[in-house]
Design a protein around this ligand. Structure first.
Ligand SMILES: *[C@@H]1O[C@H](CO)[C@@H](O)[C@H](O)[C@H]1NC(C)=O
Ligand SMILES: *[C@@H]1O[C@H](CO)[C@@H](O)[C@H](O)[C@H]1NC(C)=O
Ligand SMILES: *[C@@H]1O[C@H](CO)[C@@H](O)[C@H](O)[C@H]1NC(C)=O
Ligand SMILES: *[C@@H]1O[C@H](CO)[C@@H](O)[C@H](O)[C@H]1NC(C)=O
Length: 564
């Protein structure tokens, strides 16, 4: 019998990890989409960096001017360039750099571990000189998988999505500037080239050209990317842009072009305007026909409610809806009326959220993470270009609904049955990292077997954290967006009293720009709501949310979205 020596098995493992490029799509670690996994990677990266830095500082181990030294230096340089630290000692002391929260730092983190560290680990000399670190590296990726190519595509698309939604100029974005924030992570010519390739792949031509021009400019000084290669790629990108551009696209919603054909004269594209910007200015606020553009605008903090509509909004303390509220009233706020959307504050307190998150993270590990079917479709052809190529980039899990306080509190503020319902859906928890979003959709239909295909009468959407920037919940037809506030929740009815879907409640999750977002949907099904079903009389009538048991007169029918 042939016995395998441990060293032999270990070597096989190593080869498997290092060379197995395409991990299965549903593999365990979703670095690009799940903030917890990205945070794990960040901790791992900083451990490796700390140890390598100590080694370099002690200068005992590393031979001068060897391939190994160059590799180690490349890796460390990449880290220090994108971590915001200028002195090594600061970095060694500092804990938790929050790289995963920032799109540019996170991009570089993933890239560094996927490409630079992997190259380093493949070297024999690394294994010889840093045996302990090398084993650590292998064990880590043995457990969690190497960041594979699909992760990489998702990250690049997320950067492009942020640019499209928030209207960033590539140069400003690449230098680490975002609204109200300056980060110390920036992009060099090679990074810009990689983003341009992703833009080309999904047919975002104007962006591809913009990133290539920027790469060319940066390459003159940083010399990371080859200028002839950039010029060739740029030539091709311009050809592709012009081939698909014709005058008619200016009338369609085609934000991926410039407003005219681009010539091959250097810098010509910079004299043209992006259709994205023209169409944004022309169509924002124009109602449901331009949902995508309204969505971007609401995400950027615009509001399209009329002055009259706004004058009917207010906050109040609710203490009458349920006897339990007499001693603990809840602060509520109308975001719109007819349909009524309210934000309920302090439905959960900080320590409760902490406990709940701990419970949830255990549940989420076990529960099958629901992957988005759109994300993996190969069909990224022209008709479904870029901005609609992936409808959702969050990680979702259904977890057991924590009945205790939360269920009771929801009952108190909504007046609906939660706890005793037989056919209830589990709580759907969604986690978004940078660039994570969910396109506008309706909630009314349940495809979940637990609820027997029941209609979702109402949605109770809870925010578990504050998002540093972005991550609003935008109601595209209503012209308003809610800001995630830790411990608060949104509440609205998805159905009319006759059970028809109320399309005005179309809503989506804006991409997270900075930080991460955790939220949960508690859907309240129709069948068991005997108290409200009694009043299903007129067709197309809406359920109202009363203010201390008073149903305020409804404003006469008028559209709340300004049409100018
Ligand atoms: C960026 O670098 C500067 C200069 O070292 C430092 O003061 C600042 O705190 C850094 N910013 C971040 C977000 O790390
Ligand atoms: C990381 O983020 C947390 C919470 O946003 C903050 O308290 C902490 O100071 C940040 N750490 C660094 C090093 O910036
Ligand atoms: C990293 O360095 C620390 C302190 O020197 C040491 O305790 C630890 O074992 C090292 N980690 C690895 C994986 O080599
Ligand atoms: C495109 O935009 C540029 C810059 O704003 C403008 O000068 C030019 O006239 C526009 N061209 C067309 C065809 O609209």
């Amino acid at each position: 019998m042939v016995s395998q020596s441990p060293a032999h098995v270990f070597k096989a493992m190593v080869l498997f990890v290092l060379l197995y490029k395409q991990a299965p799509v549903n593999s365990k670690h979703l670095y690009a989409r799940f903030i917890s996994h990205l945070e794990d990677l960040e901790r791992f990266d900083s451990q490796i960096v700390n140890n390598l830095t100590e080694a370099v500082l002690s200068t005992k181990i590393l031979p001068i001017r060897s391939e190994l030294t160059n590799g180690v230096e490349a890796y460390l340089r990449d880290y220090y360039e994108s971590s915001g630290f200028h002195r090594v000692e600061d970095a060694l002391k500092k804990e938790g750099t929050n790289l995963s929260k920032n799109p540019l730092c996170a991009f570089r983190l993933l890239r560094r571990t996927k490409i630079i560290l992997r190259d380093l680990a493949l070297r024999k000399s690394f294994r010889k000189n840093f045996g302990g670190l090398w084993k650590h590296y292998i064990m880590y990726f043995w457990n969690y998988w190497h960041p594979y190519d699909h992760n990489w595509d998702v990250v690049l698309e997320k950067l492009l999505r942020l640019q499209l939604f928030y209207g960033f100029k590539a140069e400003i974005f690449a230098n680490g500037l975002m609204p109200e924030i300056r980060t110390n992570c920036s992009l060099n010519s090679l990074h810009c080239y990689e983003i341009s390739m992703a833009a080309l792949k999904i047919g975002q031509y104007a962006y591809a050209i913009e990133w290539l021009e920027l790469a060319k400019k940066k390459a003159l000084t940083d010399r990371k990317a080859s200028i002839p290669l950039l010029e060739l790629t740029l030539w091709n990108a311009i050809e592709k842009h012009n081939l698909e551009f014709d005058e008619d696209v200016m009338m369609d919603l085609e934000p991926v072009f410039f407003n005219r054909s681009i010539s091959h004269d250097p810098g010509d594209s910079q004299k043209a305007e992006k259709l994205r910007d023209i169409q944004y200015e022309a169509y924002k606020g124009f109602g449901p026909l331009h949902d995508d553009i309204n969505f971007w605008a609401l995400c950027s903090g615009e509001n399209f409610q009329s002055e009259r509509a706004k004058s009917r909004l207010f906050c109040w303390y609710e203490f009458k809806r349920h006897p339990g509220l007499t001693i603990g009233p809840r602060k509520m706020e109308f975001l719109t009326r007819d349909p009524d959307v309210v934000q309920v504050y302090e439905i959960l307190y900080d320590d409760e959220i902490k406990d709940l998150m701990e419970e949830l993270s255990k549940d989420m590990e076990d529960s099958t993470i629901i992957q988005d079917p759109f994300e993996f479709s190969q069909n990224r052809q022209i008709s479904h270009r870029a901005y609609s190529s992936s409808r959702r980039t969050s990680v979702n899990a259904r977890v057991v609904f924590p009945k205790y306080k939360l269920g009771r509190r929801i009952e108190q503020v909504t007046g609906l049955e939660i706890i005793k319902c037989k056919y209830k859906e589990r709580l759907q928890v969604a986690s978004y990292s940078f660039g994570g979003h969910n396109f506008p959709h309706m909630d009314q239909m349940s495809h979940n077997v637990q609820s027997h295909g029941d209609h979702r009468l109402a949605t109770f959407l809870i925010y578990f954290n504050d998002v540093e920037q972005g991550g609003y919940t935008a109601f595209t037809s209503l012209g308003v967006a809610a800001k995630p506030v830790k411990g608060s929740a949104l509440f609205w009815f998805n159905l009319y009293t006759d059970r028809g879907a109320d399309w005005a409640t179309f809503h989506g999750a804006c991409p997270v720009l900075l930080g991460s977002k955790w939220s949960a949907n508690k859907w309240i099904t129709y069948t068991e709501q005997f108290s409200v079903r009694k009043c299903a009389l007129k067709t197309r009538a809406r359920f109202q949310i009363p203010v201390n048991n008073v149903y305020l007169p409804l404003p006469e029918m008028e559209h709340d979205v300004d049409s100018n």
